[in-house]
Design a protein around this ligand. Structure first.
Ligand SMILES: [Mn+2]
Length: 328
């Protein structure tokens, strides 16, 4: 599996650069450390919003460069990579796939946020009316698919391909406990319409996401990384999904060293989920002052290498974050 960096690092054409000078533009943007759903939702939501409201220009944006899985998808389906917006000072924003302050692009002013479409817990306060669409479904693209259908707007073919990939990624090929019947219905509908074998595509994406041989310890940690603030304490939880977690073993000591360095930058604890999608479980690597205590919250014990394998553990949102908010 080869990704040509020249093509995946396509820059935005000039027409886009010109539009970004316009202050009335609204950036549709996902969370920090963007995963496939975050990038796909930014592209999909901006297409939806532009088709629904022709008077405003919605521009898809990302907070940082895409991961190897997303790069593979954009390349495969010939879709343009969104503009990278590292700082959103004075920019109008529409959020997708997140709403928690710690995950919002740097420089964002809450009064410049016009709304959000999300499938996470709500941690957002506003003094002004917003457009908010939140569903307890497994993928932001499932919500977007539903919005297209309800507004009777035809979905462009490349957007269907992109949504299918986001659904495969966020639901881990329908295996994650976050998967709802609605996600399954939308995924199967898209796969059928596109004549795509979703199992094959899912495995292809998983391999593109893993690519551990070319990834540094830092890449593996920040592949999909979220900060949580729990009772004033900062906890970072990273996750990487792999076809086989044994391939990461040779890098484990480097990863632990890197996690310890990151902890020094103001974290109370760091957890890295090495998720084995085929074995359906995760190895939790825990770095904290009291690692045994955190392992205890997950009813497990740290064995060697500061980590423990937990069968059935696949979801940060449903199986890790709630335990941390309750017990940390
Ligand atoms: Mn998501």
């Amino acid at each position: 599996l080869q990704i040509n960096p020249k093509q995946t690092l396509k820059t935005t054409p000039n027409s886009h650069t010109d539009m970004t000078q316009n202050n009335s533009n609204i950036y549709v943007i996902g969370h920090k450390s963007p995963d496939t759903d975050s990038v796909a939702s930014a592209i999909t939501a901006s297409v939806f919003l532009n088709l629904r409201d022709k008077t405003t220009q919605y521009i898809p944006a990302i907070t940082a460069d895409v991961n190897t899985e997303t790069a593979y998808i954009l390349e495969k389906f010939n879709i343009q990579k969104p503009t990278i917006l590292q700082n959103a000072t004075d920019k109008k924003l529409f959020l997708v796939d997140h709403n928690e302050k710690s995950q919002i692009v740097d420089g964002a002013d809450l009064k410049n946020i016009l709304g959000f479409i999300d499938h996470h817990k709500i941690q957002f306060q506003s003094d002004v009316p917003l457009e908010i669409v939140v569903k307890p479904w497994g993928c932001t693209c499932t919500i977007l698919y539903d919005l297209f259908v309800k507004e009777r707007i035809d979905i462009p073919a490349h957007i269907k391909q992109l949504m299918l990939c986001a659904l495969l990624s966020d639901t881990m090929i329908l295996k994650s406990p976050t998967t709802t019947p609605k996600d399954k219905e939308v995924l199967l509908t898209l796969a059928k319409e596109l004549h795509i074998d979703y199992q094959d595509l899912g495995l292809e994406l998983l391999k593109a996401k893993a690519q551990t041989s070319s990834k540094s310890a830092k890449d593996i940690i920040f592949n999909d990384f979220k900060d949580f603030e729990i009772r004033g304490q900062k906890i970072g939880v990273g996750q990487i999904e792999l076809p086989d977690i044994r391939e990461i073993q040779p890098k484990l000591s480097l990863i632990i060293q890197e996690l310890q360095n990151i902890k020094q930058t103001g974290y109370c604890a760091l957890i890295l989920m090495l998720t084995d999608v085929l074995k359906e479980g995760s190895e939790l690597v825990i770095i904290a002052d009291d690692e045994a205590k955190i392992a205890g919250m997950f009813k497990t014990q740290i064995t060697n290498h500061k980590s423990a394998f937990i069968p059935g553990m696949l979801s940060r949102k449903k199986q890790v974050a709630p335990i941390l908010s309750e017990k940390f």
